[in-house]
Design a protein around this ligand. Sequence first.
Ligand code: ADP
Ligand code: MG
Length: 390
Amino acid sequence: MNIHEYQAKKLFKDTGIPVPDGGRAETVDQALDVAKGLSGPVRVVKAQIHAGGRGKGGGVKVCKTMDEVKAAANDILGMQLVTKQTGPEGKKVHSVWVEQGTAIARELYLAIVLDRGAECLTVMASPDGGMDIEDVAENHPERILTTPLDGNHHLWPFQARQLLFGCELTPKQIGQGVKLILKLIELCVKKDATQVEINPLAVTEDGDLIVLDAKLNFDESGLKRQPDVKALEDPEEQDPLERKAAELGVNYVKLDGYVGTMVNGAGLAMATMDAIKQAGAEPANFLDAGGGASVEMVTKGFEVMLSDPNVRGILINIFGGILRCDIVAAGIVEAAKQTHFTLPTVVRMEGTNVEEGKQILRDSGLDFVLANTMSEAAASIAKLTQGTNE
Ligand code: ADP
Ligand code: MG
């Protein structure tokens, strides 16, 4: 789960990590009020969306006067901000963070990421921070230094110092940086964060380190024991269909294609999406109704899947294990009747009570195509959705 920059900066501040003073605003007047309360000649108005690259997209503006703050807040609030990370449709900006401007001497990069291969958190640092860290990673990977934490999520101060030596800092800055890195690790571990990215970590003209951008990502499986983190979730940032699915308790991820899928079990769902692609079609979603899905879950799954206007056909792939095929078949018929859908639907079932399940589908009077294998099912739905609605 992602949070906004302003929320991450509050967590940083509470942990003793240096961030500029600032405040959040939802209107131009609020932005002006916050700006007036800040000291120094420069303020920065920053769009609050869950995506990076805001600066290049016009979502971060440095302002020298109150008129500039007003104009920046006016431009940014309500804009559809398009960045490298938002996709071409962009994201609507509902609030800005107005903060004190920093006189920047240099921009560094600092991150803590979960290295799933090494099964531990890893600290990354680079002397070449700023807006183009992806280019550094591609063209000068040697300028990004990494050190893994040990199994107890621990890093020795000398390891942090080694990383910071590579960032071309003075001894005083290295001292500040070590404290900062150790506090960040403490925050990550305490709050179940899986990713922190600070880009830039600025060296000020006065020679101090300060965090100017903050991205924090949390382990969703840990949210149950982190109610204060869960409370930072912004429903506006979620895909509306994914939000609906989460409310209904269905594991759903929206994709760009047009074949709606409903499968029981995450592995089978992944394999089904592969099969659809191999058949030359594009899946509209990942949907795992759960290994022990009930009729209710199947109905809810349908509801979510059919809310996607791109869906032109449906592939249902069920393995009856704990869940019996006849129960699922009854659920499919019930859901089809309730939702009145008329889209071509291919069903592939295997496992416990498969014959009874198929019979229920045949007797339903609805127009289901029954397939015996996964590849047959995929080929069949690919053919049925070819050229429809395009
Ligand atoms: P993004 O990464 O989404 O583009 P950032 O917060 O990194 O957004 O801002 C983009 C750039 O704007 C930074 O690299 C930095 O140069 C500048 N900037 C951001 N915050 C401040 C600040 N408080 N003072 C001065 N410059 C800033
Ligand atoms: Mg940034």
